[in-house]
Design a protein around this ligand. Structure first.
Ligand code: ADP
Ligand code: MG
Ligand code: ZN
Length: 632
């Protein structure tokens, strides 16, 4: 066996050939660059030169160059024949009788006016030869041009599609054919409300005829709104996968190019491609990159992005939904989108893709740990409980981290200890983004939100509680209590305002009662409470002590500093009274709320524990605990 690991010579040769001709296999060398493949054009050239050199030397071995004198001698002997007489040399064949093979020869021509006469005398056949200068010069042009063309083609190919001059207008949208989006709704968990809303879209795409017959209006555009990593892209793919239709996806940032007009051309191209494949889904990821409100550009003028956006609007308007093309888009910043995008007939349906609650997180963990060997004592439910605020992408990351840690320690299965370490790692990353709470914070927030909710259910005029949640969202709000207005309001009575004030203070008072200690979490509540109290006193004339006088005009000059706006229409003395009065209103509300929550102390405790356990509690459950049957 040869010493070099037993590789057959043939194998070695194959390897070399592969590297010569730019094999697609991404074999990496030390520097991490793809190896010789990059230079294969040079190998080609070297091979070409070698070949032509060999060819020439082979020919020259066969064609013997002889002096002219010797040639004349052969002519005299009669052994030369089949002459070709060119302007510079003479070639021909030497015949040495039967035994020896004929020998080609060539000789440099000298000025010999008698040559033709000699040849004629000996009856040697000859012919003239004109060497074309034209052909030569053509070749000397064509070959370099050809080589340059090859190099250019090669370079363009290396740069990848979309970078060549010719391919600017071609959309970079990747076309996932039906078989390629193998994602289905089974791969998506924790965002059941969004899934339900999209089921209708799936129904339409898989059977467009049924909907058209009934004359129903199909949504043209569906906008998925939610924080990063909650599974918007995944969900869009799942819709395509469920409906078994092609999925065209492109990212908003890909549209925005340096060259003016390219983005618009891409949009046109994308829609044209999609129209040919209906029914299908066009998915525009990161719509905000493209769809920022027009006119927000500080530099002014029509910039490239604006043109692209306009083209998108035009294409969306020109699209008949019954062609079976549904446009989906995703964004985590819906507030900066151009309002034109949200108009009816465009992205008129918006689907909220929210952070998952504890059950959702458990389900997501289950999906992502399908192919991971878990130790039997790993409890996914417990893991879900320890990861409030995690989105789907974080959870997928968590499982992956844990698996890597276990592998590094050569374990057979992924153990709870690995998850502990992985959580620490992932949390460390997320803590910087303010997205996780420690257990103590969680407890405080649970009591705080429960306080809001119980007060809202106890006072007469507050809207019924829809749900209480302590899933962290954004930077400011750690939790929220969502109330559902029962009607639109234009006027509010005094007692309604007082009730609203009470609900706002509920969070703070619950903290007081439960911990005899207060946190900074109520800052926003207190500010809003103070605003309400101030308005009651200074604008609505609702204070007995100050009477029916309005002390403040509604602010108009928003952009002017305080001193410019002539708001202050009262004396310093009155100002002191106003402050006292505001304080009195808030303090009365405070005492009232203390009364309410003290009376419901048991419910407060139970509810807070339920909230910190489940993270989301529905209004009905609270009403049951309070012994109420219906909302009110
Ligand atoms: P988004 O588009 O909202 O930023 P992605 O759809 O790109 O989020 O999610 C990234 C990855 O995180 C997905 O490929 C998937 O592996 C995981 N993931 C996110 N959300 C979910 C979910 N709800 N269910 C299962 N996996 C999820
Ligand atoms: Mg995405
Ligand atoms: Zn609050």
């Amino acid at each position: 066996m040869p010493p070099d690991g037993g590789k057959e010579p043939l194998e070695n040769l194959k390897d070399k050939l592969r590297s010569l001709f730019g094999n697609k296999e991404p074999r990496k060398n030390k520097d991490g660059l793809p190896p010789k493949a990059r230079f294969s054009i040079w190998y080609f050239l070297v091979a070409f030169l070698l070949f032509s050199y060999l060819q020439q030397s082979l020919f020259s071995a066969k064609v013997e160059t002889i002096p002219y004198g010797q040639f004349k001698q052969y002519v005299a002997e009669g052994s030369a024949g089949d002459l070709t007489i060119g302007p510079e040399n003479i070639t021909g064949t030497l015949k040495f009788g039967e035994r020896e093979p004929d020998q080609r020869f060539t000789t440099i021509r000298v000025n010999d006016p008698d040559l033709v006469k000699d040849l004629d005398e000996r009856r040697i056949s000859y012919t003239g030869h004109y060497e074309s200068k034209f052909l030569r010069s053509i070749l000397s042009w064509v070959i370099p041009i050809g080589i340059f063309f090859l190099i250019w083609r090669y370079a363009i190919k290396k740069m990848g599609p979309g970078m060549g001059v010719m391919s600017f207008a071609k959309s970079k949208a990747k076309i996932f054919a039906e078989s390629e989006t193998k994602v289905t709704f089974a791969d998506v968990a924790g965002i059941d409300e969004a899934k339900e809303e999209l089921e209708e879209v799936v129904g339409f795409l898989s059977n467009p005829g049924k909907f058209q017959k009934l004359g129903g209006r199909i949504p043209k555009g569906v906008l998925l709104v939610g924080p990063p990593g909650t599974g918007k892209t995944l969900l869009a793919k799942a819709v395509a996968g469920e409906a078994r239709v092609p999925f065209f996806s492109i990212s908003g940032s890909e549209f925005v190019e340096m060259f003016v007009g390219v983005g618009a051309a891409r949009v046109r191209d994308l829609f044209a491609q999609a129209a040919g494949q209906a029914p299908c889904i066009i998915f525009i990821d990161e719509l905000d990159a493209l769809g920022k409100a027009r006119g927000m550009n500080i530099m002014g003028g029509h910039d490239e992005r604006e043109q692209t956006l306009n083209q998108l609007l035009v294409e969306m308007d020109g699209f008949e939904t019954n062609k079976g093309v549904i446009i989906m888009a995703a964004t985590n910043r819906p507030e900066i989108l151009d309002p034109a995008l949200l108009r009816p007939g465009r992205f008129d349906r918006q689907v909220l893709v929210d952070r998952p609650d504890i059950n959702g997180r458990e389900a997501i963990l289950k999906i992502h740990s399908k192919d991971v060997l878990l130790a039997p004592d790993v409890d996914l439910r417990k893991l879900a409980g320890r990861t409030p605020g995690f989105v789907g992408a974080d959870l997928a990351n968590l499982i992956n981290e844990a698996a890597l840690l276990a592998a590094r320690k050569n374990k057979e299965t992924v153990e709870p200890a690995d998850f502990d370490e992985a959580i620490d790692r992932v949390v460390a990353g997320l803590a910087k983004k303010n997205r996780v709470m420690n257990p103590q914070e969680k407890e405080i927030v649970a009591f705080h939100e429960s306080g809001h909710a119980i007060v809202a259910e106890s006072v007469e005029h507050a809207d019924p509680v829809h749900k209480i949640s302590i899933i962290p969202r954004g930077i400011a709000a750690l939790g929220y209590t969502q109330q559902q207005p029962t009607e639109d309001r234009y006027l509010m009575t005094r007692s309604e305002l007082l009730d609203r004030l009470a609900v706002l203070l509920g969070g703070r008072v619950a903290e007081e009662l439960a911990f005899e200690e207060i946190s900074t979490g109520a800052q926003n509540d207190l500010q809003r409470a103070t605003d309400i109290a101030r308005s009651m006193v200074t604008e609505y004339g609702m204070s007995d002590r100050l009477g029916l006088v309005t002390y403040e005009r509604p602010r108009q000059a928003m952009f002017l500093p305080e001193s410019f706006s002539p708001n202050k229409t009262y004396s310093e003395e009155k100002a002191g009274q106003i402050d006292e009065e505001i304080f009195r209103v808030v303090e009365e509300a405070h005492q009232r709320v203390r009364g309410i929550l003290s009376a419901h102390r048991d419910v407060l405790n139970d509810l807070a524990h339920l909230v910190s356990q489940n993270e989301v509690v529905r209004g009905e459950e609270l009403r049951k605990m309070l012994g109420k049957t219906s909302a009110g």
